[in-house]
Write a protein that binds this ligand. Structure first.
Ligand code: 1GP
Length: 248
């Protein structure tokens, strides 16, 4: 097993020192060549720390292409955020090994992980065990539909906290609160704060973070890694301001 490495340490060190990390999510389905080019060109100078790749439903077979493109054009770490085992690819640097702890669908709690484990166990990828919590973002999201699970209500931080505690005691390495791509309402500051104060694992937060203000709010509330997809897909020009807001 490759074990944890520099990507996890970046997150862990951020949690310890309060230095926030910004992850830009690239959806391989939607990223045109022009977008990949602009992501590669702007991300490093804007201060992006990590490039995440993946989606809860991928229709086109473009993951390898996107990885190869970004590998050549950027020196940022490439992290898979897979919606299914079909999105495992050894050309990335790391993979978030997700267990959908907020749901009660055994396939996504452990079934898919068992299927992909023998392949991942001997791979060079840094595999980061991640407790994945889907939070209600005000609109039905692809991930909620595809996973056959109900998200945790946004105004029930206690449920999210108890779930994150279970993840921590099960030995996972990070907790990811996701309101889902295109969420109307991002994860509440109260929920982020509760978990960040109680749980010593790096906390990733994403979904519906469309403005620099919302990004700054998530960071101030206690998110260690702020994940943004849609907003930058629509307007790469926002990148610099978003990262600056996260850095505070
Ligand atoms: C990653 O699903 C999010 O956690 C990304 O959400 O596309 O709404 O930024 P957005």
């Amino acid at each position: 097993m490759a074990g944890l490495g520099k990507i996890y340490h970046l997150m862990q060190e951020g949690k310890k020192t309060g230095q926030k990390r910004f992850a830009l999510l690239v959806d391989p389905d939607k990223a045109s060549d022009a977008q990949l080019e602009s992501v590669a060109r702007q991300s490093e100078s804007a201060g992006v720390d990590l490039l995440f790749l993946g989606g809860s439903l991928v229709l086109a077979d473009r993951l390898t292409y996107c990885l190869e493109y970004l590998r050549k054009a950027s020196s940022l770490p490439l992290v898979l955020f897979p919606g299914s085992p079909l999105q495992i690819n050894h050309q990335a640097d790391a993979l978030l090994f997700l267990s959908l702890l907020s749901g009660r669908n055994p396939e996504l709690l452990i079934g898919q992980q068992v299927i992909s484990a023998p392949y991942l166990y001997h791979s060079p990828l840094e595999v980061i065990g991640t407790g994945y919590l889907l939070i209600d973002g005000g609109v039905p999201t692809t991930v909620s539909y595809m996973s056959h699970t109900n998200p945790i209500p946004n105004d029930k931080p206690d449920i999210a906290l108890a779930t994150a505690m279970a993840g921590a005691m099960l030995g996972l390495h990070t907790i990811y609160l996701d309101a889902g791509s295109g969420a109307q309402t991002p994860v509440s500051s109260e929920m982020i704060g509760r978990i960040s104060r109680e749980i010593s694992l790096p906390l990733l937060v994403g979904g519906g973070i469309r403005t620099p203000e919302l990004a700054g709010r998530a960071a101030n509330a206690g998110a260690d890694v702020i994940v943004v997809g849609n907003a930058i897909e629509r307007d790469t020009g926002l990148l610099r301001e978003m990262v600056a807001a996260v850095r505070g």
